[in-house]
Design a protein around this ligand. Structure first.
Ligand SMILES: [Zn+2]
Length: 412
């Protein structure tokens, strides 16, 4: 039997986000209503214009702001063990590289993840995904990359797919075995990539459609990244890259050359590189939380991305070392402040920007045909969540027309 339509009424502001490009995607409807049939939006309009004979289950949101579910286009949320003990090391002034050399950093996460059971990894990641939902994120890109062996990386991709099918969140798996050079390969990044090209990439299409690599001076060079990503493309996979996180290393130009879905981080990417990316329709996924958390004082030039007419997405980079969070909403005021973005630009970056970067046109917007993934906010104006920080303003979250999270906000 068909489920009854869901009628969301008395929406103070409904962010529909329906424009066709990055400069006009933001759109808002005041005093609105939304009708959902099955898992998709069927109708949006003014509350007073609801079709008269329409029958369904009514939800009255009493003047609240309703937005699309947030789209986090960049995370590494599948891992074992936190790294909270590194706070003390950072307080003592030790750098990321010094912590790595002391046996901490990414390679310690790799050791813990390799020895964790499937069940342990699933349980820890489910908790992170639940917190993501509770903070308004309904679509999460999730990369593998904390095992760095062929069998182990395929296990991580399998676990990501299991979480994807479990739901209620939407997960986009990305294959990122080329995340770091594992200890066994010492100083031989090229040898490690040869091993992945031979034994790993041919198996990836069963688990993921996209391959990612950490293209950064001192990790994987532009030349080696090109060879690796071309091998992925020859298998029908799409590509994206981590670029210019610590220096302008030419990775953005490689993303353009290869027609990547996105180039991510872009903290040191030049204005000309952003122009070439916009021209080639390569989205820029910026991760201000990482730059802020590491306190290295260098933010991506988001204004240059928008000035060039490119798609700008903001991601959490959720990971245990440089950005331990799953809340994209938390970053909205910081993105406004640190990247000098308007409320409209922030909203576009966490909804349509994310969907552009992931190649998922039916998330991040609320108009007929889109997935009914939406958030009811403890706010009556859309500027509020881009201004007020550190408090979870999410009241209710829906995925595919079904309520999946509720913050009671009760105090006793
Ligand atoms: Zn990352």
């Amino acid at each position: 039997m068909e489920k009854e339509p869901l009628i969301v009424r008395h929406i103070g502001q409904l962010l529909t986000m329906i424009g066709e490009n990055s400069s006009n995607a933001f759109s808002v409807l005041p005093d609105a209503a939304m009708v959902i049939v099955g898992d998709a939006v069927d109708w949006v309009g003014l509350d007073r214009d609801i079709p008269v004979h329409l029958q369904g289950i009514e939800v009255d949101v009493d003047g609240a702001l309703v937005s699309p579910g947030l789209v986090d286009a960049h995370t590494h949320l599948l891992y074992a063990q936190d790294r909270a003990h590194e706070v003390r090391m950072r307080a003592q002034g030790r750098s990321y590289m010094e912590i790595l050399e002391a046996g901490g950093g990414i390679l310690s996460t790799v050791r813990h993840t390799r020895s964790a059971s499937d069940e342990e990894l699933l349980r820890a990641t489910r908790r992170r995904l639940s917190r993501a939902l509770l903070s308004g994120t309904t679509t999460v890109e999730m990369k593998s990359g904390y095992d760095l062996t062929v069998a182990g990386e395929l296990r991580l991709l399998d676990l990501i797919n299991r979480l994807k099918h479990e739901g209620p969140w939407r997960i986009v798996p990305t294959a990122m075995a080329a995340h770091a050079v594992p200890e066994e390969f010492g100083q031989d990044p090229r040898g490690f990539l040869d091993y992945l090209i031979r034994d790993y990439l041919p198996k990836v299409p069963a688990f993921a459609e996209v391959v990612d690599i950490f293209c950064e001076p001192g990790v994987f060079s532009v030349r080696d990244s090109r060879r690796y990503l071309q091998a992925a493309q020859s298998l029908g996979l799409q590509v994206k890259l981590h670029v210019d996180e610590l220096a302008d290393g030419g990775g953005a130009a490689l993303a353009v050359e290869l027609g990547a879905l996105s180039a991510d981080h872009c903290a040191f990417t030049s204005r000309t590189a952003f122009e070439a990316m916009a021209e080639a329709k390569v989205a820029a996924v910026v991760l201000p939380g990482t730059a802020g958390y590491l306190n290295h004082g260098h933010m991506p030039d988001a204004r240059a991305v928008l000035g060039a007419g490119g798609w700008l997405a903001i991601g959490t980079d959720g990971n245990p070392g440089s950005s331990p969070t799953e809340s994209l909403a938390l970053l909205m005021p910081w993105a406004a402040s640190w990247l000098r973005l308007t409320p409209e630009e922030v909203w576009t970056a966490v909804t349509r920007g994310g969907s552009a970067a992931l190649g998922m046109p039916w998330v991040g917007r609320l108009d007929p045909g889109a997935y009914a993934d939406f958030v009811v906010w403890e706010a009556d104006h859309y500027a509020f969540p881009t201004y007020y920080y550190g408090t979870n303003l999410v009241r209710e979250v829906y995925v595919g027309g079904r309520r999946v999270a509720l913050n009671h906000g009760e105090v006793f």
